[in-house]
Design a protein around this ligand. Structure first.
Ligand code: SAM
Length: 316
């Protein structure tokens, strides 16, 4: 389709893949107005990861606003911006970052199309609040005439055999044979230690999460841009589906990882979790660790006690 072998370190419209080492604002200053079809990113959350300096929330919002403003300038009139964020935690109190970033987008004239809940099952165990098991993707468009291709991202119906029971179509199948709209609640495993995509980066997003956005919000050859590229996930999702990809990261080790993973993707050797694969169910898979030791009557005192009491009670 197009030459995917060359990874450039500078943006040019004649390139297909660009990995820039440096500040995203510097890269953005080289990107012409209205040339990017999808901007998708997971920015630093200001929680003190190794690649960020923890800032006062106001300062953080100011910095994000500067990047978002430049992204909007670079966004095509039919384009989309997806900002994937979690919570900022301040002395035990949580601030959902999408709520504080939302006004930045709307003041720039963008319209929100979805607030997607990304649910996953692994993460820190909290003891003073419920453990956080979702983050959000806030999706904005520049105009009402935006690209949205639903068919490539449809998912299997729950009841594909269902039929209309009355009306002119009575007896005919009522479901779309291509599948249903995936909705705005996405259950996709996050990249933790056992995930096939895990690298040394502390917070990658999974390729399948971005593939769904790329397929629905862009067409082939469009540019997909990630200002906070990390390990190159957004470019991998773009290249996989014949889109062009560009991104920046300030940390040399992540730029190296991104280049390496993109090269593996091009060579067809990058291992990723396939899109739409059902989430692993350890009980269905017969994983022995799902059996709690205290339910084995031969080695647990408590259930034996209960059983014994019940037997005595019944006997009386
Ligand atoms: C949450 S991570 C993104 C991870 C990425 N989504 C992935 O799948 O690997 C945020 C990244 O932004 C980078 N970063 C922080 N400030 C930056 C800046 N001003 N310009 C470019 N990258 C920056 C960090 O080094 C970090 O890798």
């Amino acid at each position: 389709m197009f030459d995917k072998r060359h990874i450039s370190d500078k943006f040019s419209n004649s390139e297909n893949i660009v990995v820039y080492h440096g500040d995203c604002l510097k890269l953005l200053s080289t990107i012409p107005d209205e040339s990017l079809q999808l901007i998708v990113t997971s920015p630093p959350y200001n929680i003190g990861k190794e690649y960020e300096k923890r800032l006062k929330l106001e300062k953080y919002i100011e910095q994000q606003a500067a990047v978002i403003r430049e992204c909007v300038r670079g966004l095509s009139p039919r384009g989309s911006i997806c900002w994937q964020v979690g919570n900022y935690v301040d002395n035990g109190s949580i601030i959902p970052l999408d709520t504080v970033l939302y006004p930045i987008f709307t003041k720039l004239g963008l319209k929100m199309r979805n607030r997607i809940i990304w649910h996953f099952e692994h993460g820190l165990h909290c003891s003073r609040r419920f453990s956080g098991r979702y983050e959000t993707i806030i999706w904005f468009t520049k105009s009402d005439n935006y690209v949205f291709n639903l068919d490539p991202v449809r998912v299997p119906q729950k009841y594909p055999g269902k039929k209309y029971f009355k009306g002119p179509n009575a007896g005919k199948h009522s479901c779309n044979p291509l599948g249903k709209n995936p909705g705005d609640f996405w259950v996709i495993p996050n990249v933790k230690s056992n995930h096939v995509e895990k690298t040394d980066h502390p917070c990658q997003f999974p390729v399948e999460l971005i593939e769904r956005l790329v397929l629905s919000m862009t067409n082939e050859k469009d540019w997909v841009f990630d200002p906070f590229l990390g390990t190159g996930t957004s470019i991998i999702a773009a290249v996989r589906h014949n889109r062009r990809g560009v991104g920046a990261d300030v940390m040399p080790q992540y730029v190296g990882l991104a280049r390496q993973r993109i090269e593996q993707e091009i060579a067809g050797t990058l291992r990723t979790r396939p899109m739409n694969q059902p989430v692993y169910d350890p009980i269905k898979a017969g994983n022995s660790l799902t059996v709690a030791p205290w339910t084995k009557t031969d080695n647990a005192d408590q259930p034996l006690l209960i059983k014994e009491k019940k037997r005595r009670y019944v006997a009386r």
